[in-house]
Design a protein around this ligand. Structure first.
Ligand code: FES
Ligand code: FES
Length: 235
């Protein structure tokens, strides 16, 4: 009889292949639970995958006991909250934060300054851009404790004496937004860009604003708005 070419892999191998993305997902999320390090967590997740293929109840037993043993063998106490002082939009704010709280979360969740947007939380969209000591940064990639004593300006702090910042006005003049989700980050980034004084042409504006993504594709209008504010003119 001729050998079959459509041979299926064994069911157990298929199941393992299907579960590998779970491990990849955990790794990408840097899972760390119950005071365990990532390596400990990874070992535990991987054991669970292997054991669950063979025997589900045994896997649960193994997970429960492995976790307890690791926790008691090397207890890692939670760190204390840390006092952080920030000068936010000209006002001194004191916050008691866990060390891993990002500047973005400190602004949004602890100070209710929700103008700064959390898009990707991974430094890829620019929606969280704020000015720290007059330099534009991604606040999602910055721990609040690292900026103790710093001056932070968010989109809420750009207007003064009831008048919009020239770049805010230029965004309105040029209709430089649609849904508005990226707009606070675009404006803070644009303010930082103008202060840097490095952009001379529209191409350079595009290049130096490339960290700020607009899913609505309002780029031509955004460039025109920045150009207007850069030239110091109203339309
Ligand atoms: S939320 Fe910070 S870059 Fe996307
Ligand atoms: S205006 Fe919608 S993402 Fe930029």
């Amino acid at each position: 009889m001729a050998p079959t070419t459509n041979k299926k892999p064994p069911a157990r191998r298929v199941e393992l292949i299907q579960r590998v993305p779970l491990l990849k997902y955990c790794e990408s999320m840097q899972v760390s639970a119950g005071g365990m390090s990532w390596n400990q967590s990874k070992t535990r997740v991987f054991s669970a995958i292997l054991f669950s293929i063979a025997d589900q109840p045994q896997a649960e037993f193994h997970m429960a006991h492995a976790g307890a043993a690791q926790r008691s063998a090397s207890p890692l106490p939670l760190p204390d909250k840390v006092w952080v002082k920030l000068i936010v939009n000209g006002v001194e704010r004191r916050l008691q934060l866990l060390p891993w709280v990002s500047l973005l979360d400190a602004l949004r969740d602890h100070l209710d300054l929700t103008g700064t947007k959390k898009g990707c939380d991974h430094g890829q969209c620019g929606g969280c851009t704020v000015l720290v000591d007059d330099r534009r940064i991604n606040s999602c990639l910055t721990l609040a404790v690292m900026k103790d004593g710093a001056k932070v300006t968010t989109v809420e702090g750009l207007a003064s004496d009831g008048a919009l910042h020239p770049l805010q006005q230029a965004f309105i003049d040029h209709d430089a937004f649609q849904c508005g989700a990226c707009t606070p980050g675009q404006i803070c980034s644009g303010v930082g860009l103008i202060a840097e004084g490095r952009a001379r042409s529209d191409d350079e504006i595009r290049e130096l604003m490339s960290g700020n993504i607009c899913r609505c594709g309002a780029y031509p209008n955004i460039v025109a708005a920045i150009r207007q504010a850069m030239d110091g003119g109203a339309r």
